[in-house]
Design a protein around this ligand. Structure first.
Ligand code: IMP
Ligand code: MG
Length: 189
């Protein structure tokens, strides 16, 4: 396991443990990009990303995909900056592109309760895409009422609150290049 002290980053001081180093993430994102490129050859691929946590993953995944595609953003938030899901999901930004007849790949940072993905899946289905699949970087290992079929998973994670690589705690730590667990003293709620 990488020591957070190895990262020349002020925010790394708040990290207890690094779960996934930036090199580890980057290797896996390249593999995912290769798999998507092979599976969606000759298809009309649109990546749909859920703001805000997913944009770092989207930016890297899109560049690891070697076939033509477009991407769009949808805003959905359930955490409102804290560590526990409020259960209520708010759509903060609608889609711009017409997804009818497109091969949509929903790109999400992390699957926790699954409520966010479930709601966004329902919204996208209303657009009648030709196909709809999910690519999720992190799948938290926890009991889940909602069964969400994930086509591509980056990593399985223990059920812990993590930050970095787009994921935030109170809107901070999104710019850490790795994924880690916060020190107790960095948590303020
Ligand atoms: P769900 O609706 O409970 O599956 O929550 C999914 C959303 O909550 C993700 O898109 C993240 O924005 C946020 N989230 C879930 N787990 C974590 C975490 O460990 N750290 C930071 N954000 C998280
Ligand atoms: Mg979030």
């Amino acid at each position: 396991m990488t020591n957070p002290a190895n990262y020349d980053h002020v925010l790394a001081r708040d990290i207890e443990r690094v779960l996934l180093s930036s090199e580890h993430i980057s290797r896996r994102v390249k593999e995912l990009g290769a798999a998507v490129s092979a599976d969606y050859r000759d298809r009309d691929l649109v990546l749909v990303n859920i703001l805000k946590g997913g944009i770092v993953f989207l930016a890297d995944l899109s560049r690891a995909i070697t076939i033509p595609h477009s991407f769009d953003l949808i805003g959905a938030s359930s955490y409102r900056g804290s560590m526990r899901s409020s259960g209520k999901i708010i759509i903060t930004k609608d889609l711009d592109l017409d997804l009818r007849g497109k091969d949509v790949l929903l790109v999400e940072d992390i699957l926790d309760t699954g409520k966010t993905l479930n709601l966004v899946l329902e919204l996208i289905r209303l657009h009648e895409p030709a196909s709809l699949e999910i690519c999720c970087l992190l799948d938290k290992q926890r009991p889940r009422d909602l069964k969400i079929p994930i086509k591509y998973t980056g990593f399985h994670l223990p059920d812990e609150f993590v930050v970095g690589y787009g994921l935030d705690y109170q809107e901070r730590y999104r710019n850490l290049p790795f994924i880690g667990v916060l020190k107790r003293e960095a948590i303020r709620d």
